[in-house]
Design a protein around this ligand. Structure first.
Ligand SMILES: [Zn+2]
Length: 266
């Protein structure tokens, strides 16, 4: 049983492989992005319907402005470097949800971003918002949602055809999708981002910040503030990620490369 599962996984791996832009890591990617995006857009609408949007105009505008800056810079870079397949079908959207208890933000596949008001004090200013925004956008550009969902589907459904599963088990699919997109708490399925995904989002994130003209060094004091906030209910960022010191070391290592992207952006 175990052995056959592994052969199936291996087969999936050979058939459904793609490459993360900029880092070059190979990943499992079984679900067509059009399908992932439509699941994502549906989930995003559901979350927004169930949530109260912030009416703090200043903060709402800041989230939208930074989101625009970073997404445009990333799109421009992808197009100029023949990587546009990674943003195909994206429909960017940036919203701020009123919930002071939630120290969180996420970006679902296809560019659907939400910040919670609870993270705004840790962001402090535009640069802090840019750190979080670019980290979350990096999860979407690196297609971590597709990868996580592919892994879960391969594990849970074994050999049954994925297309059949996606069409005939809508509830399971929706639950997996929400969990894979980083919203596990909402459906009771916790599926934290792995350390490798967190490190990759940190690295890509500071490149994206730099592309949009922000100073990637701002990521360091932000993560120090986030770390200090730790406490009994760790935010998404703190639940699975590398030790804070390692995280900061990794970011420091990537800064020289990030500065090159910044200079290219002019
Ligand atoms: Zn993350």
């Amino acid at each position: 049983m175990r052995k056959s599962l592994f052969s199936i996984l291996l087969l999936f791996f050979c058939l459904g492989c793609s490459t993360v832009p900029l880092t070059g890591r190979k990943q499992l990617s079984l679900i067509p992005s059009s399908q992932i995006n439509s699941l994502s857009f549906q989930s995003y609408d559901d979350v927004l319907k169930e949530s109260k949007l912030s009416n703090n105009k200043q903060q709402v505008n800041l989230v939208k402005k930074v989101g625009q800056n970073i997404s445009s810079a990333v799109e421009k870079y992808m197009k100029q470097n023949g990587l546009e397949e990674h943003i195909e079908g994206f429909q960017w959207e940036f919203n701020l949800i009123q919930d002071d208890e939630m120290i969180n933000a996420w970006c679902m596949p296809g560019g659907k971003v939400a910040f919670y008001t609870g993270i705004m004090p840790i962001c402090e200013d535009e640069a802090g918002v840019a750190v979080v925004m670019s980290h979350e956008i990096a999860h979407a550009i690196a297609e971590h949602g597709n990868e996580r969902m592919s892994q879960q589907l391969a594990l849970q459904l074994g050999g049954s055809a994925l297309s059949v599963a996606l069409n005939q088990q809508p509830q399971l699919t929706q639950q997996l999708a929400m969990a894979a997109f980083g919203l596990g708490a909402q459906v009771g399925v916790l599926l934290p981002y792995s350390r490798s995904h967190e490190s990759e989002a940190d690295e890509l994130g500071i490149y994206f910040m730099a592309m949009a003209g922000y100073d990637p060094k701002e990521a360091i004091p932000f993560w120090q503030r986030m770390d200090a906030k730790g406490g009994q209910r760790p935010p998404e960022f703190l639940s699975t990620h590398p030790e804070p010191e390692n995280r900061i070391k990794n970011i420091e290592k990537a800064i020289p490369k990030a500065m090159k992207y910044k200079n290219q952006a002019g």
